[in-house]
Structure formats: structure tokens, C-alpha cells
Design a protein around this ligand. Sequence first.
Ligand code: ACM
Length: 723
Amino acid sequence: MFPWKSCCRSLTAPVAATLLWMTLSPAAESQRVPAATLPFAPVLPQSVAPALMPLPASVERGTGTMRLDQNFKIVLEGYREARLDRAAARLQERIERATGIILLPQATGAQSTLTVRTTRASKPVQALDEDESYTLEVTSAGATLTAPNPLGVLRGMQTFLQLIHQDTQGFVLDAITVRDKPRFAWRGLMLDSSRHFQPMPQVLQQLDAMEMVKLNVFHWHLSDDQGFRVESHRYPKLQAQGSDGRFYTQEDIRKVVAYARDRGIRVIPEFDMPGHARSWFVGYPELAALPGPYNIVHHETVDDFEHPDPKQDGAMDPTKEQVYRFLDGFLGEMTALFPDQYFHIGGDECDGKQWDATPHVQDFMKAHGIKDDPALQAYFTGRLQKLVTRHHKIAIGWDEVLQPDTPKDVVIQSWRGQRSLFQAASRGNRSILSAGYYIDLNQPASQHYLVDPLVLPPFNPNDPTGKGVEVPTHLTPEQEASILGGEATEWTEYITPEILSNRVWPRTAAIAERLWSPQSNRDVADMYTRLGWVAHELRMQGIENGGLLQGMTERLAGTTGIDHLMVLAAMVQPPVDYTREVAGQAYDQLRPLTHLADSIPAESDTARHFAELAHAVATGTATAAQHVEARAWLTLWADNDAALAPMLDRTALTIELQEPSRNLARTAIIGLQALDRIEGHGKGNSENTAKQQQELETFDKLTPAALRNMAVAPVKELVAAKP
Ligand code: ACM
């Protein structure tokens, strides 16, 4: 465990005063404060600096501190390159943002130096097997960062930044020796730029944030049914007709690649084939199995529901030589644009409906003894993989590409289930894990954090990977080494540029830690405490994350007076598992994502904190102060609807909040009654409890506002608790 575990459930003075007032006031059916106002709201546990994330491989604390003031400077020694100068300048700028200190350009102070030593260049194109280790030593006399090559320097600089904190005299770093290296070589973030185009500033911002938490692969999903997002000179109708005019120019791509390299991040493009490929066919219908014309679609094409029209599925035609000639030319152009050694060919969710509906494809399958659609896809993948190899790249594909005769150098990216990793390992294919790291599912950081690439979860009958095949439950050290790491994935059906960073961060930092830090770090409470501070650090560097997006919320309300709306917002979360369509908001690229469900974070800190509090109360382990605090929260929510309701009939986007607001209030009132009963102020009666449980069930459903009422589960626990 990290020595500076820093959780304190402190209450600010006005809050403590309010709570005291409440404790002293006579017990009614439930104790209530007058219509709650925000200064009197209870506060959340605090995160304080320093907080390292990802946790280093080894940390030794020393004595004394290094003071950081305007004379701080970075001195580069040993091997030099322009990238290191830029990294030093970036670190200085980040320190200024983090501390507010204006660093002197010609600093002379002797006590405030970070000396950086490295001996040799890293490879011209960053490779998977490169050394990212570093040693950072901080003493009261100064700090030294040593690394074999610039990649370790980049990693160590972020640790240096995270070590900065304050004492009564200013900013300091405590004496420490950090010896660090990553557990996995492949630590990525996948961004889907097709479903919603993500402009350059948003893309670059992700790379900045990735650097801060030591992620090193930017996997860029650049084509899908809803848009082809890269400029091709050779096949210009791809972007001209296959997009709405939003695509990255080749100049943009070069800029992203260079920006990423500066930050020690590889860029791997993904062009999804043979399914998810409708956007290709708008300009080049001859690539498709069924004849055109095709147009861009703005909705989901591949889903659980059946499409009456097989053309919706947009599959390439694996039987035509012309298709492979086209792809050869395309790969020639794109492999030159993206220098990384790996190239992602997609391969997911091709359901074969187009192929089933195309007589010449059926004839081809018969003539070549290809027994079914997966076998036809395997044939396509085999041909494609040869082309990728011809262009000196290694192919990666989603786990569907793992078939009995998949070439051994194809890297498998697990998404449907983790068993595919173990299956790949047993077949001799290398792999990376994304199942469990789908941050677009709006799951809590804790859930992602505990997913480990090398630990097979209990068998899940819904996991289609490894079905009907032998999947080893234990891997040899060699097989373990074939699991290269993992990637968080941000699909963007419900993510517009204004929302992107708020959903990717800070949860992705927890995944970054899983992939960097020793496996034994599994303390969720400690992770959250540090994550809270990392969220702050990201905010200080301009990456708004994990909170209510104030401007968006004011816009939906049509007013800047959103205090009471914020009380509601803090106890609701967006749907998980793509269930937004249940609320009548199925993905449509043209549908504005301007609801409260969009401006809130994926995970509410308030909700998590209250759930812990309610659990303590329900299990009889809560302190008196926790009882008081639980009551204060419930009272705040019980009273909030009356204060909020008058403003909710003003806009379309607030009218839909009337029901969630009422539901939260009613949930809280039930919670207060349960608390009274637990604390002995009221009488329990099993009929009443059953009714309350039933009522709570109805609040668990998604309303058209597509919000989850996060008070329901903890209040259910209170209702079920024995007094
Ligand atoms: C995927 O999520 N279809 C790879």
C-alpha cells in the first residue's frame, strides 16, 4: 500500500454546524432541515496530494523535503535530443499550472533542480519492447531522474509532477526513491472517431492525459459505418463521400503521430473490415458484397436487433480480387502515414447477412469448401493479413479474428470476453485485453480496476469467446508473456466532443494503474482516494473530467441558477450497457447529446460515498457521526425536489427531470423512515417494508431522461436492515 494514503472524511465547519443543529432538533417522523441550501450540504471525503497513479513498482521514503520555488529548473545531462527539451519545457509548464508558481527562465537556485540523465536514444519508431524504466531520487539537495532512454524520462517526469504537494511554507517534494517500470508493455486507450467525430483539440487532449498516467498506445478507430475519418489521396471518395466532411487530413494525422511520439505514445490506426465498413461503400460500392448505392448512416447498424435489410450490415466482398487490390493500395498509403509496427484491421461483428443474401458469395463458398460465414471471414482475414505483412506491419484484430488457422503473428484484442486472451495464448497468438475496460459502458472505476489481464474471471455463459473450445485456466510463464497488456475503449455513440474528456477521465487512470503497477495493488478504497487527486491534476492541466459539466447543465436548464439541479445531478448516473435506447434515446449521430445524462460523469462520487455510508448504517458498523451524515444527505435529497421543481417546467430538457427529481425525493423519504426505524425512532412493520421495497423497484427503471437513481440501492439496503 502506498504510504501516503490520505483519506479524511472531514466535514467543513458550516456543515458540522448544520449537522449539530440537526442532531439537537427534536426527532419528528424524520428529522428535516429547512429547505436545504448548498452551503449546508454534507461534503465528500477529500483526496489530497501527493497521490501517485499509477503506483510505482517500488518506493522508498527518505527524510527531508525538496522545496519547489521560482528558482526550480530542469537540467538535462547525457544523451540529448529535441524531444527531451520539449519534455522538460512541458514539465515546467505543467508545474506552473499545478502550483501557480511562475518559474524564472534563468533560475539560479541550487536547491531546486531536477537533473535528468539518460544515456541513449529510443528507437526511431517507438516499439513494443522498449525499456520504459526510470529511477527518481528526491532529496533535500535536489532531484535526479535517470533512465536508459527518453521513454523512461517521460514516465519519470510524470511521477515527479505527481509528487509535488504543499506544506505550510509552500510547494515541496518529500524525499523519496522511486524505482519503476511497467508491468505490461501495451497500455492503451482506444478512441472511436467515427460514431462522433472528435476534433483535433480533443484528440490531442487525450494524448496529454495519457502521458500523465503513463499510457503508451493510442488506438484510433478511424472508420465505421457512420463515417470514414481519414483523408486518402489514393481513394479520395472514402472521406469525401464516406463522411459528413469531418475527417482528419493527412497533415492532422502526422501532427497526432508526432504529438504522441513526444509523449512516448504509439499511434495505431484501426480500419474496421470486413464489417462495420458501410462508409467505404458510399464512394466505392464495388467493395461491398451487395450492389449499391450506399449512403452514410447515422444510427447503429450492428446490434442485437434484426435488420430487415442485409445491406445495413455493410460487409466487404471477400470473393472479389478487385477488393484485395483496392485494400493493397489503401494499406500502402495508410501504412506509410502511420509509422507504428502494428496495424488494426478490425474484424468484429460481421454477422454475414450480406454474404448470405448474395448468390455469388454463396457460390464461392461452395466452390472453395468454405462451410460458414465465420470461415469466410477467416478466409478474408487471412488474405488481409498477408497484405498487412506485405506492407511490413503486424495485424491486430478484435477477438472474432481468432480462428483455428489464424496466423500466429496476428495480435488478438479481446472485447467479447477475457477467455479469448487465454485461448489466444494457448494457440500461440499474442493478445491484449479490452473486455472489462469498456469505459463507454459507464461502469465504476473499481470494476475496471479489478480486471486483470492475467486472471481469468469465473466462467460467464454470456461470454461467446472460448465457447466450445478448450480454454486453459492456467498459463505457462511463456503464455503469460504473450498477453501484452490492455486498452481502455471509448466508443462514441453517446460521446460528443464536449463530453469526451469527462467520460474518459479519470476512470481510465485506474485502468492505467492496472496495466502499469504491480499486480498486488488491489485496494479499491486507496485507488479511489488517489484517483480523486489525479482528477484534480488533470483538471489543473485543462482536462475537465469526472464532474458535472457546468456549462452544459446551465444550457439544458436555460439558467445559471443550477444549485438545486446539481443536488439531483450528483445522485444520478447515465445508463450502463448501451441501455439508453430503453429510454427512447437510441444512438443517432444527429441527436443532440445535451441531456443531464450527458453532462454528468459516468460515476458519481456522492453516490459511491453515500452507498458506503448506508452500508455502514445498515450493517450496524456506523459511527454516530456517520448516522448524522447519512441523515443529512437523505434530508438534502428529500427536500430538494420542492426547491427544484419550480424551475423544471421551463425547458424540454428539464421537464424530463421532473420524474427523476420526484423519485429521488421519495427514495430519500423512504431512506429517512428506514433510518428512523434503525435508530429506534420509528416502528418497523414488515408490510410497510415490502411496500417500500416495491416502490423503490419502480425508481430503478430508466425514465425518458435516461438517468439511474443512485440512491435506490443504498436505501434498499437501509430498508432491509435489521433495527
Ligand atoms: C467492438 O466493441 N465491437 C469491438
